[in-house]
Each structure stands twice: as structure tokens, then as C-alpha cells.
Design a protein around this ligand. Structure first.
Ligand code: ATP
Length: 212
């Protein structure tokens, strides 16, 4: 049996946007992945949780945005664990589920450049191949040289060539807060859900908030 390559793509997805989808498509096409597992996190350990929508809403948005893309699956694993979302534990979980396959940890450039500082980085290097794509134009060479650095530290690292789509969830949230109903980089179906349940606006009625 040939070893399959399974993409693991974690993030806050607050909300999911075209930049995420563009990156996943690039990985899928260039790395020969069998599937991509999208994993919204519970609380992000390496950044301040700012305007964090409820996990259920972020999960629903991921499902809506990837509906009809057969190779993407959305996992609620980290949301269900309800602890800080350290990647190393998530990888251990999926390594148990896919013992005969290669896990490919997918990420944008900002994450890739900080990889060495992640909790139990050496263990992450053992569990997965690190795969990176650009968030901003002109990052490709820098990504390649960082991949070399990571290889010297024992990691397996791959870089894809991508026309960067420099959109961010922060910009989208700020745009919505400023009254823009259709910010650039937001898929239509995601925009409709956000508008329906009044996400990221100050006047969100309490009745629309998810309670666990
Ligand atoms: P925020 O603005 O709230 O920090 P974000 O837009 O950076 O959010 P995350 O959910 O934190 O989105 O990112 C999840 C993963 O997607 C990370 O690996 C990140 O590098 C990557 N990513 C986010 N936006 C892009 C983009 N525009 N192009 C490529 N990769 C991206």
C-alpha cells in the first residue's frame, strides 16, 4: 500500500477567508495530498484572542466555506478538547488515526517563520512534514531559505509556489465592524452567515450567542 499524504491545517479561522482556501488549493495541487483536515482551534496559544467568535460559529463557517470541496474535511477535535490548542497534541492524535500515512502540517508564511518557537517543536518535526506557502508577495525565497534552516534542525520542510492573496481575518473583522457588509476576501456564503447571526458587530443580540 502506498503512503498517503494527509494535510493538517489548523487555525483560528475567525473567520475563514479566501486566503485560507487559496492556500489549501495550492497545497492540494502541488503536494499530491489525499485529503486536507481543517481544524479550527479552541484558544490560540501563540496569539492574543481578539474578537474571537464562538467555536461553533467558526466551525460552521469552515463547513460552509468548504462545502462541495470533496478533499476537505472539517474536524471539531480541538474545539471538543476545550484546552489550549497545541499543535503537537493534535498531530499525535491524527498520527494515531493515520498510522500508515504521512502527515503534512500546512501553514502560511507567518506561522512557518516562527516554527522553532512552537511548543515541543522537535516532536512536531518528528510527527509531520512542515509545508508552507506565502501570505504576501515576494516571500518565496525567504520561505525556501527558512526551509533549509528547519532541515538543519531535523525537520522535513516543503515550500509551495503561490500567488499570495494577502487577506487576513483581522482585516475582515475590522471591516465588518466599520460597517462594511461584504469585505474583500470573504466567501459569499460565509458573509451571509456572518450577517445573519451578527458576528463581529458590537450589537450582536445575546440570543444569537452559542452557549456550550
Ligand atoms: P488573524 O488575522 O485573526 O490573525 P489569519 O488571517 O492570520 O487570522 P488564521 O486562522 O490565524 O488566519 O490562519 C490559519 C493559517 O492560515 C495560518 O497558517 C496562516 O499562516 C494561514 N493564512 C492566513 N491567511 C493567509 C493568507 N492570506 N494566505 C496564506 N495563508 C494564510
Amino acid at each position: 500500500m502506498t503512503m498517503r499524504r494527509i494535510g493538517i491545517f489548523g487555525g483560528t479561522f475567525n473567520p475563514i477567508h479566501e486566503g485560507h482556501l487559496h492556500l489549501i488549493a495550492g497545497f492540494y495541487q502541488q503536494l499530491g495530498l489525499s485529503e486536507v483536515i481543517l481544524i479550527p482551534d479552541y484558544t490560540p496559544p501563540h496569539k492574543v484572542a481578539n474578537d474571537l467568535a464562538d467555536g461553533e460559529d467558526r466551525y460552521n463557517l469552515c463547513r460552509i466555506a468548504t462545502h462541495g470541496i470533496p478533499y476537505i474535511r472539517v474536524s471539531d477535535y480541538e474545539l471538543r478538547r476545550q484546552t489550549k490548542s497545541y499543535t503537537v497534541y493534535t498531530l499525535e492524535h491524527f498520527a494515531d488515526l493515520y498510522p500508515d500515512d504521512e502527515l503534512c502540517l500546512l501553514m502560511g508564511s507567518d506561522m512557518f517563520f516562527t516554527m522553532e518557537t512552537w511548543h515541543q517543536a522537535q516532536r512536531i518535526f518528528e510527527l509531520a512534514t512542515l509545508c508552507a506557502g506565502a501570505r504576501n508577495a515576494g516571500e518565496y525565497e525567504k520561505l525556501l531559505s527558512h526551509a533549509q534552516e528547519l532541515r538543519k534542525k531535523g525537520a522535513r520542510a516543503e515550500v509551495i509556489s503561490l500567488d499570495a492573496l494577502s487577506v487576513s481575518s483581522t482585516e475582515i473583522r475590522e471591516s465588518i465592524k466599520a460597517g462594511n457588509h461584504a469585505p474583500q476576501g470573504l466567501p459569499d456564503a460565509v458573509q451571509k452567515y456572518i450577517e445573519t447571526v451578527c458576528l463581529y458587530t458590537e450589537e450582536r443580540p445575546e440570543v444569537l450567542r452559542y452557549k456550550s
